[in-house]
Every structure is written in C-alpha cells, then in structure tokens.
Design a protein around this ligand. Sequence first.
Ligand code: PRE
Length: 368
Amino acid sequence: MDLAQLRDAIADVDRALLELLRRRMDLAAQVGQVKAAQGLPVVVRDVEDRVLTRARQHAEACGVSPEIMEAIFAAVIRGSVERQHRVGVELRRQRGQKVLVVGGAGAMGGWFRHFLSLVGHQVEALDPAWSPVPPSEGLYTRLADVPLSQYAFIIVAVPLDRTPAVLSEIVGLRPPGLVVEIASIKSHLEEALREAEETGVRVACLHPMFGPGKSPYQSLTFVLACRREPELEQQTILPLLQHPYTHVIPVPFPHHDRLMGWLLGLAHLTGMLFGRALAASGLDPRELAACASTTFERQAATAASVLSEDPDLYLDIQRLNPHRHQVYEATRKSLEELVKLVEAGDREGFRQLMQEARQALPELNGRP
Ligand SMILES: O=C(O)C(=O)C[C@]1(C(=O)O)C=C[C@@H](O)C=C1
C-alpha cells in the first residue's frame, strides 16, 4: 500500500472505532438508567481498574506504552461516566431537593446552577443583576420576593467581600434550610456566622477548590470548614453534592484560612510574581514562546491562568486572609536565602535547600 492507501485504511479503522465507541456509550447509557433507578453510584472504581488493566495488558500487542493505552481508556471511561450521569438526571430529579442560588448571575453562581441541576436538584436563583429583565419562573431579583422557607439549601455565591453582608441578611430572615456559603476566605465571616449560631440558622462553610471554568465531569474538590462536628457537617452537605466526581474534605474552621494562605495565596502570588518579573525583562514574548523550555512552558501556563482571573477577587483573596504575612515573609526569606547561596556558590547549602523544599511537595511526598 502507498501512503494515500494507508491513510484511507486508517480512516476506515477510525470509522469502525467511532462506531464501536457509539455502541459502548449506548451501553453505558443503559447502565446509567439502571443505576439511577436503583440509586447506585455511577463510578465503580474496581470495574474501572479492570478495564484499565485490560488496556495496559494490550499495550504490547499495539506496540505502544501501557501509559498511552491506559490514558485512552481512562478518557473513554470519563465519557462513559458523563453519559451515564446525564441520562440519570431526570430520574434523580425525583429525589432532588429545592435549592436557591443567591448570586446566580455571577460566574460561580452560574456554575452551581448548572452543577446542582445535573445532581438532580430543582434549582432557582436570585440576582439583582437580572433587574432589567422581566423575571421568569424560579428567577428572582429581590430577596424580599423569594419564598425562602421552601428551600432545602440556599447557596450564597456572591463576591468575596460582599459575602458577610449577604449572609447576615439571609440569616436575619431565619430560613429553615441549610445556608451554604462558598467564600474562598472565611475569617471575615465570623460575625455573620456567630449571628447564625445565636439564632439557630444552620450555615455550612463550603469552598469549591476550582473556578467557574471547571467541567463537572472532572475531580471536584470541596473543602468544608467545620465549626463543630466534621462528621455531622459532612453528612448534612452530602445530599447537596451527590455526584460521581465530588470529594468533600473537612478541615477545622480556624485552619481553613491558614491552609488557603498557601494553597491559594502562595500559588497566586508566585504566578503573579512570575509574570511581573518577566514583564520587567523586556524580552519579546514571541521569542520566549519559540525557545521555551518544558519548565518555562508549565510555569507560564500557570501564571497565564492566574493572571487571566478577576483582579478584584484575587486582591480580596490576598487582602482578606489574616495569615498572608506568613506567606509573604516566607517568600521574601526564601528568595534572600537562595540569592545568598548562589552568590556564594554554596553547593552543599543549595543541595540542602532543594532537599528541604522537596519535602513540602505533594507531588513527591503527600499523595493521599
Ligand atoms: O460497569 C459499570 O458499572 C459501568 O458503569 C461502566 C464503566 C465503563 O465505562 O467501563 C463506567 C463507569 C464505572 O466507573 C465503571 C465502568
């Protein structure tokens, strides 16, 4: 066969593969219906492990690495989970609850509306930004018009610095459902949370560890800042977040912002410093892109995603964190140490610094 004939033969095989994939996804949809009817979880890890092992074992026959075969089938399984989950939405809706998203027109509010309706909840929303538009069913522009007593959950998804005021306004109306605020920093909510505790209004402090661009069919980590009993608080929030990719990680409330100082504060800070320092270099970004090393590409991609975010939100994530000075101090000190070791050509000190820094990295030491 010449090259053109070989390409035609590959295209024929691709068509056959696509047809097989369609059949596999149709079977997944049937599995999804059975699972939704019986209230079974969509993701079953040991079945997935068997599929992935089978794929790895077939790698040699295909003349490719086991990692490639695993990655191909992992993607197929992800598609299968998405399809199964979607076909179950209507059935799950019968078990879903009524949820209100306050700030529903915002980016995270919009994400929650979509996600929660996929979970099967009946989602309504409130946002003054809709004022010029005539309100449609289940969309409100004024808190006074909302039938607050009807909701099992009320999500507060408003800008970080507005959260205390909105939270205390809602708490003041004594809703019977669970109020769930999703602020990235929690210390400035103390007063509103105390008001809630005094009046018996239940509030959960949830923190989605991702932005509004996140697909609901990827791992979704939510940190739950617990003020009382982590077990109980986790149980209360789980019906809201029933979804194959959800992980809820409880942390003690006072620890939350300290943790975020590093997880968000330091990660954002280094992304911004990287971009800012690079801007000072005066080098042409096209030349940097053309000659980029692997590490530069990765770092630049992280900095680009940080620098594309909303500056007001990113300022507030720094400013409202009472632990930020520890992060700044450690950053300054680390830079000074590094510069000193380099200037002195101190190999042993440099080796030790890298060794100690490695200890802190989840990639190398902390995988759960
Ligand atoms: O066997 C199942 O229960 C399926 O849902 C099928 C399947 C797959 O596509 O292979 C999909 C999701 C599960 O996590 C495990 C396997």
